[in-house]
Design a binder for this molecule. Structure first.
Ligand code: ATP
Ligand code: MG
Length: 279
């Protein structure tokens, strides 16, 4: 299988504003070291999930893959070419709902197709099909403020899928949803993804979600983030909710948590240090 995305020693630092400070490894600095050399390769059609402590650089990493921000050093390649700007090949579902407030559900979903100059009739057809897939047919003319959080997030996912992207970046897309809606959407996402050949990178704090969806789980270290461990999830597909009660699933849960727990503790220790420091 061919390599779709390759991250080669990706590092990212942010310079803070005048007077702002951060501790990197206990040393006070005006620069936040966010990513410290992320190496990974993702093959075409793979579903990769990323877990890691809050603040370890997961969203920043997705932003770099999406071409929204540049790495300080190192390179991310898409189909062998360095990424330096957003492309319509890549769909992005952001951590915060990021719908256009002045567009209704249908026209939010049509946005990417408009950018590609797809004729109106064709884009409406695609958007209506996605609305139906996500159970939103009756809500096509509602504006984001008229939709619940779960509905807005479904529109955001539909919008990202509308252009049939090669790569789909998803940043905690289900985090704000109730447990039932979350499971339904996980199943929906797998059903839509299977057979499309879309390469997905999905960030989550839920270990169960990470395992249920993924071919592989990348566990990031506490900030500055790097890939600590890659865990192969060799559960059969297609998957449904029953798989969560199998021994194989439980084994994977142990593996991921084993890798993650030290990093979460480390990140929390940093928070404690920071609060002591603030006193
Ligand atoms: N524009 C910026 N300027 C300065 N620091 C930033 C900027 N964007 C992100 N950071 C810092 O980079 C670090 C990583 O942020 P990021 O949003 O990638 O974390 P995350 O792993 O996605 O966390 P979470 O799980 O809470 O979403 C944080 O310490 C954050 O404060
Ligand atoms: Mg984030």
């Amino acid at each position: 299988m061919s390599e779709k995305i390759k991250s080669d020693q990706v590092k990212k630092k942010f310079k803070l504003k005048e007077g702002q400070q951060v501790k990197n490894d206990g040393i006070v600095s005006n620069e936040v070291e966010v990513l410290a050399g992320v190496d990974l390769s993702i093959v075409k059609g793979e579903f990769l999930t990323i877990v890691g402590p809050s603040g370890c650089g997961k969203s920043v990493f997705l932003d770099i893959i999406g071409g929204l921000t540049n790495a300080t050093s190192g390179t991310i390649y898409l189909d062998g070419k360095p990424i330096d700007k957003p492309t319509l090949k890549t769909g992005y579902v952001f951590q915060q709902y990021a719908l256009f407030p002045w567009r209704n559900a249908l026209s939010n979903i049509e946005f990417g197709l408009e950018m590609q100059h797809v004729p109106r009739e064709e884009r409406t057809k695609v958007a209506k099909k996605l609305l139906s897939t996500f159970g939103l047919s009756d809500f096509w003319d509602r504006f984001p403020y008229q939709l619940s959080g779960g509905m807005q997030q479904r529109v955001a996912i539909a919008r990202a899928l509308a252009t049939n992207p090669d790569v789909l970046l998803m940043d905690e897309p289900f985090a704000a949803l109730d447990a039932q809606t979350r499971e339904i959407l996980q199943n929906e996402l797998l059903r839509i993804w299977e057979g499309t050949g879309t390469t997905v990178i999905f960030v989550t704090h839920s270990i169960d979600e990470a395992i249920f969806l993924a071919d592989r789980v990348a566990v990031f270290t506490a900030r500055p983030g790097i890939v600590k461990t890659m865990i192969d999830i060799d559960l059969p597909r297609p998957r449904d909710g029953n798989i969560r009660s199998t021994n194989e699933f439980a084994n994977n849960r142990h593996k991921v948590w084993d890798a993650l727990k030290g990093e979460v503790l480390k990140a929390q220790k940093d928070w404690e240090l920071a609060s002591v420091y603030a006193k």
